[in-house]
Design a protein around this ligand. Structure first.
Ligand code: ZN
Length: 468
């Protein structure tokens, strides 16, 4: 029996569950964002429990196709109604202010104010979570029924915030094993005051690190990454590009405190060691597991599983993002997560580590460019069935996602089919490694062939894609 397996057998689920709830409660009120003191305070609390190395990367540093953004600091933000009453106040809830809002102090009519107010008509009692990291604007989030009750008249808006040169912060905890082969556990740390989508992943990762640190012998080295979403993973990949040959297995930890069944999104490869290990571990625990094939949106698997890196990284959650009504709203609070669910999640991660330590998937290389025999066979088959006007492309920015917003390809104005067009671009970028034609991508993504073709045209025009 490996020592990790013994740690799993000895796990006191009640105590661990309580401890994870305490950590989540401790972190809950901290105003986190992509950058700034909220992330630093969060990492400080994590670092008081496990050995954490803090990294600060200055604003403007190029990382893959991206640049480290300006640092955002928010101090005070409120709206006063015509009678002078503060109807929305950041001091009441961190979700009230759109993340990365620029400073403003002005008086304006309700009609002028409305475009800056975000609410959920379908869930009128809840505050939504909104950010605007890469488009300069300001805004407030509030319950729809409060929005509906606002009288006409002159409003005063005040946001004391700053966007300036600073840095982006992340933390890493490395637990060396008897080999330098690494297992990565990655959690984002950028969500303010949201429990399941964010704090549950952090709590499980911290407790997994504590449990593994207490184990006398480990074959693998375990690296825990606590970084802001997207840009944090991109920065980490940019800074660690040269040493990814030690990368063996990776998991993204999020949405682990609700009472839903376990859900596993496979790595891009689909048959990596981690994909087999998670299935084996959950079966051993007798837990129900729903698995899903890789798709190129979601959390930071979008970056780790970009075609240039193609790292064996999966996402082990309970109910996936976007699939529970509390997701990204004020209802994802501490009452939504449960100690027993967190403890079960910790056991699932520990069991996965035990399976890995036992050697399942040990032969798996993490190195980029290692195309799997299974996927080669699949693509050979696909190629022989390809019609004459079907084409293959190569992604010219295959390391991480290229920043589409900067090229006018993402976000911006809405309009019918915008989301579908954006998804089509992500599919085309992720799958265009010379092995998959547009026809293959249309079939795999379930998107209309015309939409996939248009996406390929737009990406080619932007210089991101080359026809083969
Ligand atoms: Zn989220």
């Amino acid at each position: 029996m490996s020592t990790v397996r013994r740690a799993l057998a000895a796990l006191d689920r009640d105590a661990a569950g309580r401890s994870m709830m305490d950590l989540a409660a401790d972190l809950y009120p901290i105003p986190r964002s992509l950058t700034g003191d909220g992330v630093r305070a969060t990492l400080e609390r994590i670092g008081s429990r496990i050995p954490l190395q803090i990294h600060e990367l200055p604003t403007g540093t190029p990382v893959l196709d991206w640049t480290v953004p300006r640092e955002w600091k928010s101090r005070e933000a409120w709206i006063r109604d015509p009678s002078g009453h503060r109807v929305v106040d950041l001091a009441d809830h961190n979700l009230h202010l759109v993340g990365y809002s620029v400073p403003v102090h002005c008086r304006l009519s309700l009609n002028e104010l409305r475009p800056h107010l975000h609410s959920l008509p379908e869930q009128p009692a809840l505050i939504p979570y909104r950010t605007s990291y890469y488009v300069e604007t300001w805004g407030f989030c509030l319950p729809h029924r409060l929005l509906e009750s606002l009288p006409d008249g002159e409003y005063e808006v005040f946001i004391d915030a700053s966007l300036g040169d600073g840095s982006m912060t992340w933390g890493e905890c490395l637990l060396p094993g008897s080999t330098t082969e690494e297992v990565l556990i990655s959690s984002h740390v950028c969500h303010p005051q949201l429990a399941n989508d964010n704090l549950s992943g952090i709590a499980v990762a911290v407790h997994l690190a504590e449990a593994l640190a207490a184990v006398p012998e480990r074959r693998y080295s375990y690296r825990f990454l606590f970084a802001p979403g997207t840009i944090g993973a991109i920065a980490w990949l940019a800074r660690n590009r040269e040493r990814l040959d030690t990368f063996r297995h990776g998991l993204i930890a999020a949405n682990l405190g609700d009472c839903g069944a376990f859900h596993y999104k496979k790595s891009r490869r689909g048959d990596a060691g981690i994909d087999r290990a998670v299935a084996a571990a959950l079966a051993e625990l007798g837990e129900e597991l729903v698995t899903e094939d890789f798709f190129p949106f979601g959390y930071d698997e979008r970056q780790y599983c970009s075609p240039g890196f193609d790292l064996p990284v999966g996402v082990l959650t309970r109910t996936p993002w976007g699939q529970y009504p509390e997701y990204h709203t004020s209802a994802d609070d501490l009452s939504f997560i449960r100690a027993d669910a967190l403890a079960g999640s910790l056991a699932a991660y520990l069991a996965t580590a035990a399976v890995l330590e036992d050697g399942l998937g040990a032969a798996e290389g993490g190195q980029k460019g290692a195309v799997h025999s299974g996927s080669v066979a699949r693509s050979e088959r696909a190629r022989s069935q390809r019609s004459d006007n079907d084409r293959c492309y190569r992604n010219l920015e295959p390391f991480g996602e290229p920043q589409l917003g900067r090229r006018g390809l993402y976000g911006g104005l809405g309009g019918a089919g915008r989301k579908e067009r954006e998804m089509a671009m992500l599919w085309v970028l992720n799958q265009s490694d010379g092995q998959h034609s547009l026809g293959d991508i249309a079939e795999r993504s379930g998107l209309p062939a015309g939409v996939i073709r248009d996406a390929a045209d737009a990406l080619s025009e932007a210089g991101l894609l080359e026809a083969l």
